[in-house]
Design a protein around this ligand. Structure first.
Ligand code: ATP
Ligand code: MG
Length: 508
């Protein structure tokens, strides 16, 4: 059956979860399952049942893992939230789902933390959740609308129950709530397992947060479906990454390009650990970073393409001996991928259009958003990703931009990703992000924010001259902004409109 409870290789003799650090913890598959059952009983006793929303504002920890899995096994809807949110952000998400219960870390209630204040405003029950050395404790601090007298029974989730609601990153607009069923999640888990041939011998270092699909599905659930082990530090730390990686014998990790870049800038362990592969996803990986990663770590770098609505992965470059192609996000992995025009017809091979996908992993539609739902699916049941792209003759997908972020210079569509990749090759450039700026004549023109490498000098004129030798004249940036740091979201995503705003503000 396609449910989270049935998807783990419960008989695996590898550890399921390893928490590094001073209070290190190694949990077997059977131990994890016992813990989840016991937490499920605690949730049931509190009155959490089918369809209850449980907001989880806890960082990457063992207690997050247990709470998340127990809620979904109990037929409730788990709603992980970034613990660093401000009160107004927590309010938005808790209200959006009418959460019955908010789980927070130990001490949060006493400190009247932002998540606690937000939960109280919407009368959700509030419970602290922590590992006391023996078990994961559920310490109810405020019974809220659950009332505190309920004593429900343990339930068994069905494949079409919503297990998880996450919001999209809000890169192109307001975040949209995406319900994902057990069937959606387990399909992605199987797809990822198959793509990377994950086995019980694999060990991954979790570096991405568990409140987005990247960390939750690729960094955590797929390895568990494979019987392998997940090493779970509370947060990504460049200085501790390799130490943990080597100590706990990890052999792969998945991350956004920002994290790969940070690792490249930090000391590389000697001797180098054996890495089976490095996965990159969620933002464009420039061919330059791809090359640097492969040369530095001697491991194949596999770029994948994912989105919340697809319960994460849609395409990926294959493991060797399959061909991996820098600048491409690879082949559909258990997911049908078509490039369609505005009418929903397939474009000619090699032509650009909207990347559209179909598969058991894809959500049936956003919560409370009929407008977005009406425009997001084609007649044939394909989901419109909002990403522009094309396929080469072998079916490898290249993303050329987000439809909403393409720079429209007098009708000429310019892909910002293409320009970023060219500029990243300039020897003085560390990061380049292009975006649309207003232009009196063309409507829009190209602006670019540049972070220089340490001790490098470059003027705007030098860069545009260099670009003019490499791209068509209409694509050469009109305005170059230099900045010390590139504005990014918590998960390392570039929001081009925010970068544009920050650069224009900086200029004033
Ligand atoms: P919103 O939908 O709210 O605007 P978002 O699309 O950023 O936000 P996510 O679901 O977190 O929210 O991200 C999915 C998007 O991330 C994809 O549609 C795509 O634009 C981008 N993306 C994912 N993987 C890659 C990749 N390998 N290369 C380039 N872009 C990628
Ligand atoms: Mg999106």
């Amino acid at each position: 059956m396609s449910t989270l409870a049935n998807s783990f290789q419960q008989q695996s003799s590898s550890p399921a979860v390893i928490v590094p650090g001073a209070h290190s913890l190694t949990v077997s598959y059977s131990g994890l399952c016992r813990e989840i059952h016991s937490f499920q009983e605690k949730l049931a006793a509190l009155g959490i049942s089918a369809g209850s929303a449980v907001s989880i504002a806890i960082p990457n920890t063992y207690e997050f893992i247990v709470a998340f899995l127990a809620a979904s096994w109990q037929r409730a809807i788990a709603a992980p939230l970034n613990p660093a949110y401000k009160q107004s952000e927590f309010e938005f998400y808790i209200d959006d789902l009418s959460s019955a219960l908010a789980l927070v870390p130990k001490g949060a209630f006493q400190q009247d933390a932002p998540a606690v204040r937000a939960a109280r405003k919407y009368n959700a029950a509030i419970a602290e959740c922590y590992w006391d050395g023996v078990e994961v404790v559920l310490d109810v601090k405020d019974p809220g609308k659950l009332g505190g007298v309920a004593c429900g029974t343990v339930q068994m989730a069905l494949p079409d129950d919503v297990a998880l609601v996450l919001h999209t990153s809000g890169t192109t607009g307001r975040p949209k709530a995406v319900p994902l069923t057990h069937r959606n999640l387990t399909r992605t888990m199987k797809n990822i397992q198959a793509t990377y041939e994950l086995t019980p011998h694999d060990r991954t270092m979790l570096v991405m947060p568990l409140f987005h699909v990247h960390g939750l599905l690729a960094g955590f659930l797929a390895p568990l479906a494979s019987g392998g082990s997940v090493i779970v530090p509370t947060r990504f730390s460049a200085s501790e990454f390799w130490n943990d990686f080597i100590t706990y014998k990890a052999n792969w990790y998945t991350a956004v390009p920002t994290i790969h870049q940070i690792l490249l800038k930090n000391p590389i362990p000697n001797p180098k650990p054996e890495i089976r592969f490095i996965r990159s996803c969620s933002s464009p990986l420039s061919p330059k970073i791809f090359d640097d990663l492969e040369a530095t770590f001697g491991a194949p770098v596999l770029e994948a393409y994912a989105m919340t609505e697809a319960a994460h992965q849609m395409t990926s470059n294959p493991l060797p001996p399959g061909k991996r192609r820098p600048g491409f996000v690879g082949l559909g992995q258990g997911v049908e991928v078509k490039i369609l025009d505005q009418n929903g017809d397939e474009v000619a091979q090699g032509a650009e259009g909207e990347i559209c996908i179909r598969g058991e992993n894809v959500t049936k539609g956003y919560l409370n958003n009929p407008t977005a739902n009406a425009s997001s699916f084609t007649k044939g049941g394909f989901f419109r990703t909002g990403d522009q792209g094309k396929k080469d003759a072998e079916g490898y997908v290249m993303i050329t931009g987000r439809i909403k972020e393409l720079i429209n210079k007098g009708g000429e569509k310019i892909s910002p990703i293409e320009l970023d990749n060219v500029m990243a090759q300039h020897p003085a450039v560390s990061e380049a992000v292009s975006f649309a700026i207003e232009d009196e004549i063309y409507g829009q023109d190209v602006g670019v924010a540049i972070v220089l490498k340490d001790n490098q000098k470059l003027s705007g004129d030098e860069l545009t001259k260099w670009m003019a030798e490499r791209v068509a004249k209409f694509k050469v940036p009109k305005k170059v902004f230099f900045t010390e740091v590139m504005p990014k979201t918590a998960t390392g995503k570039i929001q081009r409109r925010n970068v544009a705003e920050a650069m224009l503000k900086q200029e004033k």
